[in-house]
Design a binder for this molecule. Structure first.
Ligand code: SF4
Length: 188
């Protein structure tokens, strides 16, 4: 797999590594362009610190492109409150906190830190029911931090040719099932 990892792919990889391929295929060329641009110029994300889009409140930054030098991750944050030093990811509806949500937030967190921002707290916000879920910083949750780092190494070591999806439940719920030749339910 390519060296730089898209933060949004952390969650997809947990669901199924093959889904990243389909996501890129059907998800639009902007993902590839975004990745290539960041690879060509590692300072790109740093530049956008100064060019971040601001909401009407000056202390709220939204949709900022971010890059982690340490983990070689690129992505985009949803919202950063510079007054509270809080990074927030809003989702339409959150029924439970999946590990993938947390790892995405970690990816954004480390990118913000690498870019010079101060981040003291992390939060996932469920829009439909207006609920907030506070997430510990990775430094305060060693187990999750280790799993985050393991996920990144697994992604870098991943070999698509050797992969077989054995969880047919995942394939049954996957939107790419019809097009996928790795589906565990192929031939049923
Ligand atoms: S159909 Fe199965 S193997 Fe293919 S992308 Fe979906 S979950 Fe993965």
């Amino acid at each position: 797999m390519d060296d730089i990892i898209l933060i949004s792919n952390l969650n997809d990889f947990i669901f199924c590594p093959v889904s990243i391929y389909f996501h890129g295929l059907y998800g639009g060329a902007d993902v590839l362009t975004f990745q290539t641009k960041s690879q060509l110029n590692g300072t790109k994300a740093h530049e956008s610190v100064d060019m971040g889009k601001y909401s009407t409140r000056k202390d709220i930054v939204t949709g900022l492109d971010v890059y982690s030098d340490k983990y070689r991750l690129v992505g985009r944050i949803d919202m950063y409150d510079s007054r509270k030093k809080m990074l927030v990811e809003r989702k339409k509806h959150v029924s439970r906190i999946y590990d993938g949500y947390i790892f995405q937030l970690y990816g954004q967190y480390y990118s913000m830190i690498d870019m010079g921002y101060a981040v003291d707290s992390l939060r996932i916000h469920s829009i439909d029911d207006n609920k907030n879920y506070n997430i510990d910083l990775p430094e305060n949750d060693k187990d999750m931090k280790n799993r985050f780092e393991q996920l990144i190494s697994d992604m870098r070591a991943f070999d698509m040719d050797k992969f077989v999806q054995e969880n047919s439940q995942k394939c049954a719920n996957c939107i790419y099932e019809d097009a996928c030749d790795r589906s565990a339910s192929r031939g049923d």
